[in-house]
Design a protein around this ligand. Structure first.
Ligand SMILES: NC(=O)c1ccc[n+]([C@@H]2O[C@H](COP(=O)([O-])OP(=O)(O)OC[C@H]3O[C@@H](n4cnc5c(N)ncnc54)[C@H](O)[C@@H]3O)[C@@H](O)[C@H]2O)c1
Length: 455
């Protein structure tokens, strides 16, 4: 870097740092979903002017009316910031030209082949490149494979002659939002940040420090990208381990929940994970495959990722097997039985259906000829393969009418005592009915082997 460049980089950086500390910087957020909307609000609350850009007119228009499409984000929070003029939502990409820093939170799904689908990140990067100007900071927040920020984003931003680290600044900072978590939110969850150059890390750190509580700078974008993949691979592998432990316990006739609870009394060296009907959501089932894909390009097979994914994806079939056995014990075939699936969101107390194992369980039961209905207090309806389903009421008539009730998601608002009191058969994949008073049909909580079934 020449002296001139250093000076211009230095002055660009100083000007941006000044704008950030004075809250006069305009913050752009690209993608206003589960991640982008809470982030946009956090910056607006900190006093910045925020321009949220989303390709969805439905999302942008609703936000401008003060309506939130994300369950964890109350309408009032959106309305307050829109009314105060601190938050705008738009579908016009040219508005990005007005911003001093842009955070990207667009989807990073997997293609059917389990390879990364980078189309959203590419189109967001192209939109930013078209509206890029000297002094702009860009931070990618979407979960992705290591190397994305440097290999995919940087060339696009530099195509117009700007130099990253001098004229513009580029960093990666993984989002750690945990939908439904009432303790850890965008503001108080530590934020990892890694820039392409030290100057990039410095301005990105200053950006987040202006409204989040704890910033953890790391030495590169690749490190920051890998942090997120390690976190989610750690969860996937440990969930895979307890799911396998459940299979082990079933074969040995031991209650897996009792084993886990007792192991969790160890005050050190053990972290509690719980088995279930499979994994869901936008992160755990998908993110580790970004790393596996990257490593395949380097001729390395990530065995832990593959094995955990194999075990976790077998769990819905295991649930169906359990339902089949439990019905069999009551001299009933699956074919023609009415099965009430309780909870279809991928985890407790949220409305997100993405990659939910309930979808696999429902499909497999229907393939075997069952009549499947569902109840979920957070998901009044959902579409799957063009077919819309509606939640049936949670009442004695529905519970009694079902040949089996299968607890897939343990939402806390459900009265599980009522379930065991009224339903003729309960298959509980979450241990939600543990410790309840046995119902008239006889309630065996956490019973092993053919199992967790309450008959
Ligand atoms: N949801 C989570 O719990 C979570 C947690 C951590 C990390 N992440 C990661 O954050 C990223 C975003 O996930 P999300 O759950 O917020 O997704 P989302 O689907 O809720 O929201 C994405 C938004 O981006 C918009 N969008 C798509 N393409 C766009 C484009 N080119 N320009 C502008 N807007 C565009 C969509 O219309 C949508 O509103 C993903 O990489 C995900 O892996 C998600």
């Amino acid at each position: 870097m020449g002296i001139e460049a250093m000076e211009s980089g230095g002055s660009m950086k100083d000007r941006l740092l000044e704008k950030l500390s004075g809250r006069s910087a305009c913050i752009g957020v690209v993608g206003l979903g589960y991640v982008g909307l809470p982030l946009a609000l956090e910056f607006a609350r900190a006093g910045f002017h925020v321009i949220g850009y989303d390709v969805s007119q439905r999302v942008a228009h609703a936000l401008m009316r003060g309506e939130s499409h994300i369950k964890d984000v109350p309408n009032a929070d959106v309305a307050e910031q829109v009314k105060a003029g601190r938050l705008e939502a738009t579908t016009e990409e040219s508005r990005l030209r007005e911003t001093d820093a842009i955070l990207i939170a667009v989807p990073t799904p997997l293609a059917k082949t389990r390879d990364p689908d980078m189309s959203y990140v590419i189109s967001a990067a192209d939109a930013i490149a078209r509206n890029c100007h000297p002094g702009l900071l860009i931070v990618l927040e979407s979960t992705t494979y290591p190397g994305t920020t440097r290999d995919l984003m940087q060339p696009k931003l530099e195509a117009s002659g700007l130099t990253v680290g001098e004229d513009v600044f580029l960093a990666f900072s993984p989002e750690r939002v945990d939908p439904g978590n009432t303790i850890w939110n965008t503001k108080n969850t530590p934020k990892v940040v890694g820039g392409i150059t030290p100057a990039c890390t410095e301005v990105a750190t200053a950006l987040y420090a202006s409204c989040l509580e704890t910033i953890v700078p790391v030495s590169s974008t690749e490190t920051a990208e890998l942090v997120k993949l390690l976190e989610n691979t750690f969860r996937s592998v440990n969930i895979g381990l307890v799911n396998e432990m459940q299979i082990v316990c079933d074969k040995l006739g031991v209650n897996v929940w009792e084993v886990i609870d007792a192991a969790a009394t160890k005050p050190f060296g053990f972290m509690k994970f719980t088995p279930g009907p499979g994994i869901g959501g936008h992160c755990i089932p998908l993110d580790p495959h970004y790393l596996a894909w990257k490593m395949r390009t380097l001729n390395y097979k990530t065995r832990f990722i593959d094995l955990a994914s194999e075990i976790n994806s077998e769990m819905p079939a295991l649930v169906v097997q359990r339902v089949t056995h439990a019905l069999n014990d009551q001299l009933k075939p699956v074919k023609g039985s009415r099965i009430l699936v309780l909870g279809v969101a991928y985890k407790r107390d949220i409305d997100d259906m993405r990659e939910s194992p309930a979808l696999d369980v429902i499909r497999m039961l229907e393939e075997r000829g069952a009549e499947v209905v569902y109840h979920d207090p957070h998901v009044p309806s959902f579409q799957e393969n063009g077919h819309e389903r509606f939640s049936v009421p949670f009442d004695d008539a529905e519970l009694a009418r079902a040949d089996a009730v299968v607890v897939i998601t343990d939402h806390s608002s459900i009265d599980y005592q009522r379930v065991v009191d009224v339903a003729p058969l309960v298959v509980d994949t979450r241990n939600a009915t543990a410790g309840l008073t046995p119902g008239p049909a006889g309630h065996v909580s956490g019973k092993p082997a053919t199992d967790m079934a309450i008959a």
